[in-house]
Design a protein around this ligand. Structure first.
Ligand code: UT7
Length: 317
């Protein structure tokens, strides 16, 4: 026994920012961003918090799943940009959807949703709960340095959610962490302690793009091979690949190295940019909404990013 997905949902805030808009803010161009990253436009939140966006994605997933707030037994949310550390994003969602179940966040940057999903599976398999609301939600615009062209052109805001329940469709999974801050780092608020003796950090995303890129390509390929083997299937049997939307060139490399055609990779980075923990559930929800997912299809999910971390799983739809 494992899980099956009952419903999915996603939400992005209304304000859009094009590459030309960004070229007014930093020394960049539509051509560079489109060719090197694959983003044309991203959404940025003016007033909505990560949890506000999470609520909207969650309600959509619940409606599709045909479950109400009383039917949800656990809420797990992944975010590196909660508006408040306490309550958690999951706690805010619990309040706003009118649920009364336990709710907590997990934090593993862009791999966060798949870490949250794997945690949900464990609770379901132990028989502790039946229906779990799993969310990834980010307001990355809050922690981006808008004067740094290396990072500000990449990220976007949004949320994705899934309602999962007991079933037999989670065929295999892995989660991975290699702790360290040399490649990717997001400092937390330092506060105003008069006793603080560390060097103050810049409170923005720091990313060594090329090192992250190499990690991403090698992990997508290795992870998908590993979960495919664990599921007892071949790469050729995979119908859809939903990866973290970080850079279109990462997806291109993964497609070539895995020998899985590009058509099987779902791509929406052009519309939303990199939304970290929201990226995989947003892509899964959008793929589901497109009607291309058929019962019995084999879906490979894969994510990678800060931590460093990565995660992957195989789901039979
Ligand atoms: O979600 C977490 C996981 N994140 C990722 O997976 C991100 C992985 N990394 C990447 O996607 C890419 O490394 C970036 C998109 C971040 C950068 O692309 P790149 O092709 O690795 O560029 P680069 O850093 O090697 O820079 C190449 C050139 C440099 O100029 P010079 O030194 O060759 O003259 C940069 O200064 O491009 C320049 N550059 C830009 N030019 C115009 C860097 N950013 C920009 C920009 N616009 N926004």
């Amino acid at each position: 026994m494992s899980i099956k997905v009952l419903g999915t949902g996603y939400y992005v805030p209304p304000k859009t920012l094009t590459n030309d808009d960004l070229a007014q803010m930093v020394d960049t161009s539509d051509e560079w961003i489109t060719q090197r990253v694959g983003v044309s436009v991203r959404h940025v939140s003016e007033t909505e918090t990560a949890s506000d966006m999470a609520v909207k994605a969650a309600l959509q997933a619940m409606e599709q799943a045909g479950v109400s707030a009383e039917d949800i037994d656990l809420i797990i949310s992944a975010s590196i940009t909660p508006e408040t550390l306490c309550p958690t994003v999951a706690g805010w969602v619990q309040k706003h959807i009118g649920a009364s179940c336990p709710a907590f966040d997990v934090s593993s940057a862009c791999s966060g949703f798949l870490f949250a999903l794997d945690t949900a599976v464990s609770y379901i398999v132990r028989g502790k709960v039946k229906n779990v609301l799993v969310i990834g939600a980010e307001r990355l615009s809050k922690i981006v340095d808008w004067t740094d062209r290396n990072t500000c052109v990449i990220f976007g805001d949004g949320a994705g959610a899934a309602v999962v329940t007991a079933g037999d469709n989670y065929l295999s999974s892995l989660i991975y962490t290699a702790g360290g801050d040399e490649v990717l780092k997001i400092p937390s608020h330092a506060g105003n302690s008069p006793f603080y003796k560390n060097e103050p950090d810049r409170p923005y995303i720091f990313m060594d793009g090329q090192e992250t890129f190499k990690f991403a390509v090698s992990k997508i390929v290795k992870d998908i091979k590993e979960v495919t083997e664990e599921a007892g299937i071949t790469l050729g049997q995979i119908d859809h690949v939903v990866t973290h939307q970080a850079n279109i060139r990462i997806i291109d490399y993964a497609s070539k190295r895995l020998g899985i055609s590009k058509e099987k990779f779902f791509v929406n980075i052009d519309k939303y940019g990199n939304t970290s923990a929201a990226s995989v559930p947003m892509a899964l929800a959008e793929l589901n909404a497109s009607g291309r997912l058929k019962r019995g299809d084999i879906v490979a999910l894969s994510a990678f990013g800060g931590g460093l971390s990565s995660a992957a799983c195989i789901i039979k739809w």
